[in-house]
Design a protein around this ligand. Sequence first.
Ligand code: GLN
Length: 545
Amino acid sequence: MSKYIFVTGGVCSSLGKGVAAASIGSLLECMDLKVRMIKIDPYINVDAGTMSPYQHGEVYVTDDGAETDLDLGNYERFTSSPLSQAHSITTGQIYQEVIKKEREGRFLGRTVQVIPHITDEIKRRIYLIGEQPEVDITITEIGGTVGDIESIPFLEAARQFIHDLGEKYVLFVHLTLIPMVIGGELKTKPTQHSVKALREIGIQPDILLCRAPYQLDESLKQKISLFTNVEVEAVISAYDIKTSIYEIPLLFHKQRLDEIVLKKLGIPERSTNLNRWENVVNTYNRATRKTKIAIVGKYVDLHDTYKSIHEAILHGGIANNSKIEIKYVDSEKLEKDGKLLEESFSDINGILVPGGFGQRGIQGMIEAARYAREKGIVYLGICLGMQIMVIEYARNVLKLEDADSTEFSPGCRHPVITLLTEQVDIKAYGGTMRLGKNETHLLEGTLIREIYNSPVTSERHRHRYEVSNKYRKAYIEAGLIISGVTPDGSLVEAVEWPNHPWGIGVQYHPEFKSKPFMAHPLFKSFIKASLETARIRNEKSEREN
Ligand code: GLN
C-alpha cells in the first residue's frame, strides 16, 4: 500500500516547492522506491492551457496531452514518475466533476458541500494514483501558500489522509522562508506563523525545508524546532545553491532527509545510490568548455516561460562537458531596431526560437532566423520557431514577399502556415490544440535522422497551425529540406536548412523530454554544434590577433 507525502508552502510563493518535491521524489527513487508525483493547483482554471505565460510561466505538456503547471516539468527532470492528466489536479477539475455528478442525481438529494463532497473528490483522485499496485510513495505538492483561501479544501483533504490511514502512512513536508533582514540576521517569525496556520487546519508538519540565503546554524534550527514542534533533525536547511538545482537532492541527502522520511513513514532503512546526481553535478562543476546561446522570444522578462527549454539547453551542456550562458533576447526590440541584430548576436554561438502565440514580436524572430541562416549560425526552432523558419524561407528565398501564417495575417497572399482543417471551426480555446504525443518519421539522409539515429521518434505537440502542403513542392525545389513528417506523410514535423552547419526546426517540443542525466538528442547535438562554432571563432580571433 502506498504511503503519502504532502508538500505545502509557507510565507510566500516562488520558493522552489516544485524542485523540492521533485528532489524528495528523486531521493526516494535513489533508494529504489517507486514514486508517483501529483501537483495540485488550487486555481479555478480547469488546466493551465489558457493561462498567460506572463502570469503562469510555461505550460508543460504530458504524453497524453494534458496542459499542466511547469512543476510537472520538474518532476519529469528529477524523477521517473509517469505523468499524465491524472497527475495534475485543479479546483476547476474537482468542481466540474462534483457538479456533473450532482446534475446526474448521483448525490441522492443530499446537500452537496465542500466537506465531504469536494474533499472526497480530491481524495479519490490522489488515491487513484497511490492505489496502483506498484506504487510505494505518492508525493502530492499543494500549490500556493498556506493561508490562501483556495487551498483550504485541499489541505483539509490532506489532513483526512491521516484520519483515514494513520500516522505511519502520511508525512507532511512544509517549505518555508527564513528571510534575512538588514544587518544579515535570519528571521524565523514568518515560519512560526505559517506553521501555526497549518496547525490551525489540523496539520502538524513532520519536516520543515527552510529556504534561506545561507545555511542555518544549530541554534537557529533549535529555535525553529521549539516554536514549531518539528524535531530538530527534521529542520532542513534549504539554502541558496550557487551552482545548479541538480545539487538539491545531494544537499537534502547530506542532511539525512532520506533517512528521516523512511523513519517517519516506518519504512525499514535502505541505502541510497546517488551516483546519477553526483555525476550530473560533478560534470556541471568541472566543465571546462563554454558556449553562449540566445533564446529569442517575446516573453523574455519572465524566464519561467521558457523553463523546460532553459533546462534542456543546460542538459545539452552537461552532455558536452560544457557550461552554457543563456542570453534572453526580446524579439519585439529586435524588430524595432535593425542595428540590434548584430549587437545581440555578435557573441552568440547558437540561436533558439521557442514556441509562442500571437503576432507580437514575430518580425524580430524572422529577422533572427534570417540572420542565423545567412551567417551560418547554429539555429534550433521549436514549434513557432520552426514556423518562423518556414515563413522566413518563403519570404527571402522563394521571394514570396507576403508569406505569413494565418495566425498573424489571416488575409495574407501566401499563407504558408495555416490552420488544420479540423481546427477551422473550433471556437473554444481550452484543450483544443493538437496536443500530446505523436509519432514523427525522420527521413533518410537528413541531419535530424542522424541525430536521433532512428527512423522514427515520438514527441509532444501543442499547436494549432501547420505548414501548408500547398507550398511543400516549392520549398523542396528551393532547397528547404523537409526532414520529418507524420506517419501518413500529411503533416510537416521537421525542416532543415540546406548548406548550413546546423539549422533545424521541429513542430513538436523536444524540451519536455530532456533530463539532466540524459539530454534530449536534439539539444545535445545543438550544443555540440554551437561549441564547434565557438571553437572555430576562437581560433579565428587568435589568428587575427
Ligand atoms: N502559435 C503556433 C500554433 O498554434 C505555435 C504554437 C507553439 O509554438 N506552441 O501553431
